[in-house]
Ligand binder design. Structure first.
Ligand code: BGC
Length: 249
């Protein structure tokens, strides 16, 4: 079965039909730039362009970088335009796409379900925590493969600060931190998450997962196994389509 997946990020809106049996894109993906400011209307126009590129007329799963409840309602917008808060994103996108059935999910949750089924978390029981390091820090928590949605562990307090402001990869750039300096912050953050959840496995996602050899060796004293994500660029697209398939009536 194929469902269309769209990953809405800070710089691009990327999408493609997803082959759910293989957990991979069925066609080469299409990307348009995210408008700035990334208002609901502007983003909906970008999503329509991506879908129209394929002439797609079936169900669509989309990611959003904030809390999304019931596959529809946006509740937070830490790093995107605040006008998203309390937007019914399912109604917004569905309307713009001429009534196509739409499911919207948190971006880290989408990446997590894709990793658990087709990547670094495949066949891993117990508590698994996937963390994405990018503009913010996203989280997806699994217990025996089942997702606990919208955990938002990126906003845990760390030394009196919002953790993502200190340990995201944007924080690394903003403060011109070396890999080692940044790894020390990530280590503190992981130790804090470990204290709360005692996971068996941490999966590190986001763009930095490709550079794991630069920072993972500097992370000490965390008991859980720590591995980089495997699906990288397409985890959000694949996971959005998977969640749409799981949440369909
Ligand atoms: C948001 C999360 C999101 C993460 C990664 C955080 O600021 O609150 O919902 O998953 O950034 O985009």
């Amino acid at each position: 079965m194929e469902i269309f997946g769209v990953d809405i990020g800070g710089s691009g809106i990327k999408g493609a039909p997803v082959d759910l049996d293989r957990g991979d894109l069925a066609q080469e993906r299409c990307k348009v730039l995210t408008p700035h400011p990334a208002t609901p209307d502007g983003v909906a126009d970008g999503v329509k362009q991506v879908i129209d590129h394929f002439g797609w007329t079936g169900p669509v799963g989309l990611t959003f970088p904030g809390v999304v409840t019931g596959g529809a309602m946006v509740r937070t917008a830490a790093n995107v335009d605040k006008s998203w808060i309390d937007t019914d994103a399912r109604a917004l996108f569905g309307g713009r796409l001429g009534g196509l059935p739409v499911t919207v999910v948190n971006d880290a949750d989408a990446a997590g379900v894709a990793e658990m089924q087709f990547g670094a978390g495949r066949g891993r029981p117990g508590t698994v925590v996937l963390l994405t390091f990018g503009t913010g820090i996203g989280s997806a928590v699994f217990v025996d493969g089942v997702l606990v949605p919208n955990t938002e562990l990126g906003h845990l307090e760390l030394g009196g600060h919002d953790a993502e402001k200190k340990a995201s990869s944007k924080a690394k750039e903003d403060h011109a931190l070396s890999w080692e300096q940044w790894a020390r912050r990530v280590q503190k953050y992981l130790a804090h998450v470990e204290m709360l959840f005692s996971p068996e496995l941490f999966i590190i996602g986001g763009g930095v997962s490709r550079k794991a050899d630069k920072f993972l060796p500097h992370i000490k004293g965390v008991k859980a196994e720590i591995v980089p994500a495997q699906l990288q660029n397409n985890a959000g697209i694949v996971g959005a389509a998977m969640r749409a398939a799981q949440q369909r009536p």
